[in-house]
Write a protein that binds this ligand. Structure first.
Ligand SMILES: NC(=O)c1ccc[n+]([C@@H]2O[C@H](COP(=O)([O-])OP(=O)(O)OC[C@H]3O[C@@H](n4cnc5c(N)ncnc54)[C@H](OP(=O)(O)O)[C@@H]3O)[C@@H](O)[C@H]2O)c1
Length: 290
């Protein structure tokens, strides 16, 4: 449900450039959603979808991002979200298109007037697993653009909006979550570009947590282990065997809902004195053993 925002529909900033004074005008949505709003990237399937459903159950209205909004996955998510009494706004774009970020954020703000939590989840594996000595520049750039550059600049854009919104909304508790991977810390020689992207995103999470702590914006990293999704479907047999042999101390595949629960806990404010925290959701895969 939306309520009319009475006072602020424009703010003006004076900007100086080479001695000249410019006036920057910021147009805001004239509506402010009553419920908090969650933006989830990569929401049409797997982990992102489970996170979106968990946040809808926590009382958030949802903006769901994926490259394709016409997919079965997006339709399924829309139904689930609406069954939980939340609003659903699908947004189609490629997170690596940094030039699109401004318009996407503007569209979400036009629809809802606020963003309370961003879950930067969209990510891809390399199209082909190659030894690091055979890794191509093309694959490196694809993975780094989607998994690292896109989420970093998307978070930057939304953090700026949150910084402004916090003075406009009572009880505003802005949060940014980065979904990285155990691969931020574990080496896989046949998908180095993925590990490098996740290690970079892990540091991005730390730096955003540091910079935004004074702004009242909390930032967390969630590191999934081996999770049953489309991403791991093509290597399911390999991981079935490895998990059976004890690779994961808790001896099972992770489920997207395991990550949904972690993000739901963050969204409730259970970790409000722990900005920068890294949540390992990997069944103990993070334990280094001798
Ligand atoms: N599954 C695992 O074992 C595992 C483990 C650790 C970390 N993770 C991380 O968790 C995140 C989600 O993984 P998942 O397993 O749920 O993947 P998935 O099942 O392949 O789903 C990926 C989601 O991201 C969207 N997406 C892909 N590329 C995108 C792009 N360039 N721009 C916008 N959206 C994009 C996809 O929709 P479209 O195709 O329509 O764009 C889909 O909604 C990823 O960052 C992944 O690295 C996964």
């Amino acid at each position: 449900m939306k309520i009319f925002l009475l006072i602020v529909d424009k703010i003006r900033q004076i900007v100086t450039f080479r001695g000249k004074i410019f006036e920057k005008t910021r147009i805001l949505s004239s509506f402010m959603n009553q419920k908090p709003v969650a933006v989830i990237t990569g929401a049409s399937r797997g982990i992102g979808r489970a996170v979106a459903i968990a946040l809808a159950a926590e009382g958030y209205d949802i903006a769901a991002i994926a490259r394709s909004v016409d997919s079965e996955g997006m339709a399924f998510l829309g139904n689930e979200v609406e069954k939980l009494g939340a609003q659903f706004f699908p947004v189609g774009f490629d997170i690596s298109c940094t030039g699109c970020h401004k318009e996407v954020v503007a569209n979400i703000l036009e629809r809802y007037g606020r963003i309370d939590i961003l879950v930067n989840n969209a990510g891809v594996a390399p199209l082909q697993r190659n030894d690091i000595l055979d890794m191509t520049e093309e694959s490196y750039e694809r993975v780094l653009n989607i998994n690292l550059k896109g989420p970093v600049f998307f978070a930057q854009k939304i953090a700026r909006e949150m910084t402004w919104l916090k003075n406009q909304i009572d009880n505003f508790r802005p949060v940014i979550v980065f979904i990285t991977s155990v691969s931020a810390d574990l080496s896989s020689t046949n998908r180095a570009e993925y590990c490098i992207s996740k290690a970079g995103l892990s540091m991005a999470s730390k730096v955003f947590a540091d910079r935004l702590s004074g702004e009242g914006i909390l930032v967390y990293e969630v590191r999934p282990g081996i999770i049953q999704t489309d991403m791991t479907a093509r290597i399911k047999d390999k991981y079935d065997k490895l998990i059976g042999e004890g690779l994961v101390p808790q001896k099972r595949w992770g489920l997207p809902e395991d990550i949904g629960k972690a993000v739901a806990s963050i969204s409730r404010g259970d970790w409000s004195f722990s900005t920068g925290l890294v949540f390992e959701v990997s069944g103990g895969l993070n334990i280094h053993k001798l």
